[in-house]
Design a protein around this ligand. Sequence first.
Ligand code: GAL
Length: 419
Amino acid sequence: MLTFKKTTLALALAGATLATAAHANEVEVLHWWTSGGEARAANVLKELMEAEGYGWQDFAVAGGGGETAMTVLKSRAMSGNPPSAAQIKGPEIQEWGELGLLGDLNEVADAESWDELLPEVVADIMRYDDQYVAVPVNVHRVNWLWANPAVLEAAGVEMPTTLDEFFAAGEAIREAGYVPLAHGGQAWQDATVFESVVLGGQGSEFYQQALVELDPEALGGEQMVAALEDFKRTRELMDEGMSGRDWNIATAMVIEGTAGMQLMGDWAKGEFTAAGLTAGEDYLCAAAPGTEDAFTFNIDSLAMFRVASDNEREAQQVLARLVLEPTFQEAFNLAKGSIPARPDLDMSEFDSCAQQSLADFQRTAEEGGLVPSMAHGMAVRADVQGAIFDVVTNYFNDANMPAEEAAQRMVRAAQAAAF
Ligand code: GAL
């Protein structure tokens, strides 16, 4: 993940003029929405901007989870030439804010009453130093299980609701001749499966202590060891070809019926939708096994860079306004698989998975169980996240590393990154 020495970047930026590559009345927007479903979703914003008379310079950097996009963004910022807006999420917004690089959106936020419009958990992430510097586009849920119903039927199993049922279903699917769990061996995808398994086996309080608060006793304790062992077992359900595979290719295996299931956030639903499939009929969604009472949230947001020209600043404000308008929220999120960032919209056009997502978001916000996704940059800062990713992936791919050792490494990763 993105880690940069603040001093290095601050020095590089000292005296740099805040010019961006965008021209007047134009926004350049960095994002990593390049899969079929994601590109359809991103296009909604481009078209809305153009309809308002503004140009859209697309700065798409491929790579699920956004690691490559963040590296590219860092180098553009270091050369004093950041885009007008970039998909920056969670605590990383604070890191860019601390560098003094973000412009504020207070004008549009006041005019559109964002304080009243947005749930506090969402609004909080968008502010740096009490000023709005980013606008939320959606709420993704990470702890989902997707399945092909024909494959489940051929294997004689139902959608699993506990980890035990999940492993048993996986075996039956394999015996029926399919890949049980579609996966791509990339660090962020490993971490996505890992956090859902931690949540499913150990519950949201433990998840919060270990992966959000980085409590060394939780990170290095027995529950983490048990979670790591469960996580390693998921590997037995994956196929030989998983190394380096993109997440949407793994989703395609479920769509095509070569694989039975996938553990992935609901951007996977964007792929099912783009393929013309219907939720509850052609594909199934359910909370990841054992996580019915939890919701790992992943909020995509566009942060605005400080710009010198008034025209470009105006274009940024228009972009931010459009993002929270009902037209965009509905069209984008229908294509993306997520739910709207504002809770007051008519959801009748949304499918059953999205309806469930919204209900579970609200229920877990009230009753507990709503936790930020570590794998998707919502829980900890980028350096800690990167260090945890390394441990998770190394352990996953090393047949000889005991879970106890991985848990100890996890403790050290959280500590080392803190200094
Ligand atoms: C997530 C991002 C989603 C989706 C996914 C796959 O981190 O929040 O919008 O794009 O990565 O790239």
